[in-house]
Write a protein that binds this ligand. Sequence first.
Ligand SMILES: Nc1ncnc2c1ncn2[C@@H]1O[C@H](COP(=O)(O)OP(=O)(O)O)[C@@H](O)[C@H]1O
Ligand SMILES: [Mg+2]
Length: 317
Amino acid sequence: MTSYSIETTSLQKMYGSKLAVEDLTLQVPHGEIFGFLGPNGAGKSTSVKMLLGLVQATRGSARVLAHPPGAADAARRIGFLPEHFRFHEWLQAHELLDLHGRLYGMSAAARRRRVPEVLELVGLAEHARRQLSGFSKGMLQRIGLAQALINEPELVFLDEPTSALDPFGRMLVRNIIRDLKARGTTVFLNSHLLGEVEATCDRVAFIKTGRVIQTMRLDEGHTQITVEFRAAGVSADLLAALENMTGHAVRQAAPVPPGVNGSYPQHYELQLTDEALLPQIAQQALQCGAQLYALTPRRMSLEERFLEIVGKEDSGQ
Ligand SMILES: Nc1ncnc2c1ncn2[C@@H]1O[C@H](COP(=O)(O)OP(=O)(O)O)[C@@H](O)[C@H]1O
Ligand SMILES: [Mg+2]
C-alpha cells in the first residue's frame, strides 16, 4: 500500500483556452493535515474537483487513495465539503444527512447512529428537525461539514470551510480538524484564510495558477522564528558568532542614528528554526561583552510568508 493519500503528477486543467491549473505535482501522506493556499483564482477549487473526478484533467495523472480520481472504491472513503454547498432546502437537517449517508451506501443502522453524531459534532443537534430553508449561511456551512464527515472518511476535502462562519464557527472547525487528525484522517484544506491554516495544518503548499510555488512544514520544530535582538557594544566578533550559530545572516533592523556612541543599543534581526538557541545567544552576547536589552522571538506569521513568497514570485516575472 502506498503511504500517500494523494499523489499527482503534472495535473493540468484548461477551461477552453483559459488555463486554470498549470502543472500540479504534489504528494499528501496519509494522516496529514494539508493546507492548499493561494489567492482567489489560483486554481484551488479546480484542483480539488480534479482529485474527486468531478472535473476531467486536461493532462497529467493522479492517484487518490491509490485509485484514479472518481473511482467508486475510493469515493466511499472520501468526504467533500464543496466551496458552494448546494442542498435541497425543503429537507430537514437530519434528512439531508440521511440522504447523503444513503448515497455513500451506509446501512440504515449506521445512518441512525451517525446522523445524530455529526449533528452534535457541528453544533446543530437541536436543529435536527428544522428545515434547511430557514438556516443561516453559517448553519449551512456547518451542515455541509457534517455531510462531508457522515461516512467517517479516511480523506476529506474541505474547500473554504470557514468562509461563512463567525469566530465560534471557525473555532469549531479548527477543533473538528484536530479531532480528525487524532483519528488519522487525511485532510486537504483549501483556504485563503491564513490564520485558519496556520492553526491546524501540518504542512502547506502555496499555489499560483495551480502550480506549487513552495511547500512548508508548520508542525513543531519547522517554523522559522525571527528574533529581535537589541544590544549595545555589539562587536564584529559577536555578529560573526551569531551568524555561525543560526546559519543565517544577521540583519540590522534599524540604522544607527547619527552621533550615537557604542553604548547606544542597536536593533538586529536573527533567523532561527530552533528556540533552544535563545539561551546560547544570550550567553554569547554576554561573553563578547555586549549589553543585552532585548531578545524577543517572533514567529513569522503565515501571512507574512505568503506575501513574501507570492510577492517574490510576482516580482520575478
Ligand atoms: N467552470 C469554469 N469555466 C471557466 N473558467 C473557470 C471555471 N472554473 C474556474 N475557472 C477559472 O479557473 C481559475 C481557477 O479557479 P478556481 O479553481 O475556482 O480558483 P480558487 O479556488 O483558487 O479561487 C480562475 O481563473 C477561474 O475563473
Ligand atoms: Mg475556490
